[in-house]
Structures are given as C-alpha cells and as structure tokens.
Design a protein around this ligand. Structure first.
Ligand code: HEC
Ligand code: HEC
Ligand code: HEC
Ligand code: HEC
Ligand code: HEC
Ligand code: HEC
Length: 241
C-alpha cells in the first residue's frame, strides 16, 4: 500500500510539474530548453523513447543535444509548433526528409561532429559530393544495434540468413545503394562480409577519404587478410570481382 501511494504521488507531482512547465513555456517562451523534450513526449512518445536511448540524450556529455535544446538541437525551434498544438508542417520544423537538402541535413550534425577525426575528409568524400547525407546511413530514431546507440539504416531484408553477427547491419546499409556490390558479395570467392567477419568500413571510410575509392589505406589491412580466403585476398584490385 505504502509503495503504491508513493508512486502515485510521484506521478501526480510530475504531472503537475509538466502542466506548470507547459504553462510557462506558453506564457514566456523562455523555459529551460532541455525540459522541452518532456513536452514533446506528450505527443511523440515513440520518438522521445528512441531519442532517450541514444548517447544524444545523455546530459553527462557536455556537447550532447541533451544540453543544447534536446529535440530542438536537430529539429529547430519548436515554440510555434507547440503553441499551435502540433501538426504536420506546423511551425516549420526540420524533418530530415529528402525534401530537405543534403547539405542542410548534414550541416546540423556537423555543427557538433565536424571535429571528429573520422569525419576529417567528409567534405572531399564521394558521399557528400553525391548528396548523401548523414541520416541516409544513420537512423536517429531507429532501434540501435550492438556497439552503438545510434542505428544504421537497413532498408532491405538481409540477403543471407546468417545469425546476428555484431556488425552485420553495416553492409546492409551500404548495399541498399551499392547494388552492384550486393551481387559480388555472394560470389564463391569473397571476403567474409555477409558472415560478419569483415565490414565495408574495414577497408573504406564511409565518411570520406582522399584516396581512390575512399580506401583507408593502400593495402589490405591485416585484420581483413586474416579473415579472408587466400584467393579472395590476393590483391586489392580483385576485391569486388
Ligand atoms: C540528433 C538529431 C535529432 C534529435 C536530437 C532528435 N531528432 Fe527527431 N529526427 C531526426 C532525424 C534525422 C529524423 C528523420 C528520420 C531519421 O533519419 O531517423 C527525425 C525524425 C523525427 C520525427 C518524424 C518527422 C516526420 O517527418 O514525420 C519526429 C516527430 C521527431 N523526429 C521528433 C523528435 C523528438 C520529439 C525529439 C526529442 C525527444 C527528437 N526528434 C530528437 C533527428 C533528431
Ligand atoms: C500537442 C501535441 C504536440 C506537441 C506538444 C508537439 N508535437 Fe510535434 N507534431 C504533432 C502532430 C500531431 C504532428 C503531425 C504528425 C503526423 O502527421 O504524423 C507533429 C509533427 C512533428 C514533426 C514533423 C513536422 C512536419 O512538419 O512534418 C516534428 C519534427 C515534430 N512534430 C517535433 C516536435 C518536437 C521536437 C516537439 C517538442 C519541442 C513537438 N513536436 C511537440 C503534435 C505535437
Ligand atoms: C548538439 C550536438 C550534436 C548534434 C546536433 C548531433 N550530435 Fe551526434 N553526438 C554528439 C555527441 C556529444 C556524441 C557523443 C560523443 C561523440 O561521439 O562525439 C554524439 C554521438 C554520435 C554518434 C555515435 C553514437 C554512439 O553510440 O557511439 C553518431 C553516429 C552520431 N552522433 C550521429 C549524429 C548525426 C547523424 C547527427 C545529425 C542528424 C548528429 N549526430 C547530431 C553531439 C551531437
Ligand atoms: C555512407 C554511410 C554513412 C554516412 C553518409 C555517414 N556515416 Fe557516420 N558512420 C557510418 C558507419 C558505417 C559507421 C561505423 C563505422 C565504424 O565503426 O568504423 C559510422 C560511425 C559514425 C560515428 C561514430 C564514430 C566514432 O567516433 O566512433 C559518428 C559520430 C558518425 N558516424 C557521424 C556521422 C555524421 C555526422 C555524418 C554526416 C556528416 C555521417 N556520420 C555520415 C556510416 C555513415
Ligand atoms: C578487403 C577490403 C575491402 C572491403 C572489405 C570492401 N572493399 Fe570496396 N573496394 C576495395 C578496393 C581495394 C577497391 C578499389 C578496387 C578497384 O578500383 O577496382 C574498392 C572499390 C569499391 C567501390 C568503387 C568501385 C566499385 O566497384 O563500384 C565501391 C562502391 C565499394 N568498394 C564499396 C564497398 C562496399 C559497399 C563494401 C561492403 C559491402 C566494400 N566495398 C568492402 C576494398 C574493399
Ligand atoms: C544513400 C545511398 C548510399 C549509401 C547508403 C551508401 N552509399 Fe556509398 N556512394 C553513394 C553514391 C551516390 C556514391 C557516388 C557514386 C558512386 O561512386 O557510386 C557513393 C560512393 C561510394 C564510394 C566511392 C566509390 C568510388 O568510385 O570512389 C565508396 C567506397 C562507397 N560509396 C562506400 C560505401 C559504404 C562502405 C557504405 C556503407 C557504410 C555506403 N557507401 C553507403 C551512395 C550511397
């Protein structure tokens, strides 16, 4: 009984806090930005929950969206959206759909990630130059896989029913666009990519590199050679043939 009463008391209190907050947000429009995520949650619970599981929601990271407006760090100022009671197209929020240009979509992410060493050659990489944006590969509200809190996109079903290996999802993201590579993966003499022992990013930097074919280095990494049948690893040029 005691436990029950305490829990319902807490619920009542947080409901009160939320109501007071919504009132303040409406009246002054100048409340603590991170608390706004709670307002969004009232109407977008699934998006709130998926965001909450990512590193972006962790206040322990000083530079995380959690400390920079939460949802609004990516979607833009939602004051008008909230005041009008929400709705599609209401308040002119950024949705990251294809209608939003790739430079604008990636630009939001790069305000925080441009100093990441993996992204040092993003500007000169083939992806940016061909209008591929960050969220064409990263799914900010997706169910995350092992090793990261932010999911990679995998729009198509798996081409081989291997059991969940750690990084399997990565190649699925890549071959959704690189259809020619998809066929090559099933040839008898291949790098064990669908088996999950080698990933595309063992050899390529999807975030751009100055080298031919955005390769990380000129020769095959020893980790890859060790996991690959001899005849498939013979030379770089043979890789996808
Ligand atoms: C780090 C950036 C980022 C943060 C933070 C973020 N989102 Fe998103 N959101 C996206 C992206 C990118 C998409 C487009 C879908 C995708 O790529 O996963 C999206 C999609 C959405 C959509 C669907 C839009 C549509 O076109 O229907 C809603 C609703 C949404 N987010 C709400 C929220 C809410 C609520 C929060 C906070 C609790 C939040 N987002 C936090 C980046 C973000
Ligand atoms: C009172 C309810 C309500 C609140 C509060 C609310 N939204 Fe929405 N929002 C909606 C509805 C309804 C839609 C239309 C959804 C649809 O059609 O699928 C929407 C759409 C969106 C979209 C897609 C926009 C578009 O133009 O297509 C985004 C992004 C979004 N909301 C983010 C947020 C964020 C971030 C917050 C908090 C700062 C928030 N919303 C607060 C109800 C709300
Ligand atoms: C307000 C700053 C901010 C914005 C905006 C932002 N991020 Fe992040 N992101 C961070 C921080 C901080 C981390 C954790 C430390 C790190 O990896 O740099 C992080 C981590 C990540 C990670 C690694 C996740 C993991 O679990 O290891 C990915 C992937 C990522 N962000 C992608 C994106 C994408 C894509 C966008 C744009 C849609 C974006 N971020 C927008 C601050 C931001
Ligand atoms: C072509 C697909 C693709 C695109 C486009 C892409 N990424 Fe990634 N990203 C990946 C993959 C795959 C990984 C995991 C790579 C690995 O583990 O080596 C990753 C990892 C990351 C990480 C974690 C790296 C770390 O420090 O551990 C961050 C942060 C990130 N991406 C941010 C971004 C941002 C920001 C953009 C846009 C400017 C972007 N990504 C565009 C595929 C992509
Ligand atoms: C063992 C290292 C290695 C792995 C793993 C690897 N690649 Fe490659 N890839 C290369 C090399 C080397 C080249 C350049 C070969 C050439 O120019 O013929 C290349 C070329 C490419 C090209 C440009 C030429 C073409 O065939 O279109 C694309 C796109 C590509 N790789 C995508 C991928 C994708 C997607 C994956 C994961 C499914 C992957 N690669 C896995 C080494 C690798
Ligand atoms: C949204 C579509 C899309 C996704 C997803 C995607 N790519 Fe690409 N990629 C492209 C486009 C478009 C180009 C430029 C045209 C081309 O060279 O095929 C490109 C170019 C490349 C190149 C350079 C090829 C060359 O000839 O220089 C490599 C390597 C590559 N991608 C690897 C990857 C890897 C690895 C992944 C997964 C982590 C991936 N791509 C995911 C669309 C995509």
């Amino acid at each position: 009984m005691k436990t029950y009463r305490r829990a319902s008391g807490a619920r009542w209190l947080s409901a009160l806090a939320l109501a007071a907050f919504v009132f303040m947000a409406g009246a002054a429009g100048a409340a603590q930005p991170q608390d706004r995520a709670e307002v969004c949650k009232g109407c977008h619970e699934a998006y709130f929950d998926s965001y909450s599981e990512t590193i972006h929601a962790k206040k322990g990271h000083p530079r995380a969206p959690a400390n920079a407006g939460a949802c609004e760090a990516c979607h833009g100022d939602a004051t008008a959206h909230i005041q009008a009671g929400g709705g599609r197209g209401v308040g002119n929020l950024r949705t990251f759909s294809k209608k939003t240009g790739s430079e604008e979509r990636s630009g939001v992410c790069l305000t925080c990630h441009s100093s990441n060493r993996h992204l040092a050659f993003w500007d000169s990489g083939r992806h940016r130059k061909n209008n591929v944006a960050c969220n064409d590969c990263h799914q900010l509200h997706g169910a995350p896989g092992p090793g990261s809190t932010i999911a990679l996109r995998s729009p198509n079903p798996s081409i081989a029913p291997y059991e969940t290996t750690l990084r399997k999802l990565e190649y699925e993201t890549c071959i959704s666009c690189h259809r020619n590579i998809r066929g090559q993966l099933l040839k008898p003499s291949h790098h064990p990519i669908i088996e999950g022992r080698v990933t595309c990013s063992d050899c390529h930097n999807p975030h751009g590199a100055l080298t031919q074919a955005m390769l990380k280095q000129e020769s095959i990494p020893s980790s890859v050679r060790a996991a690959t049948p001899r005849n498939a690893a013979r030379s770089c040029g043979n890789t996808h043939r």
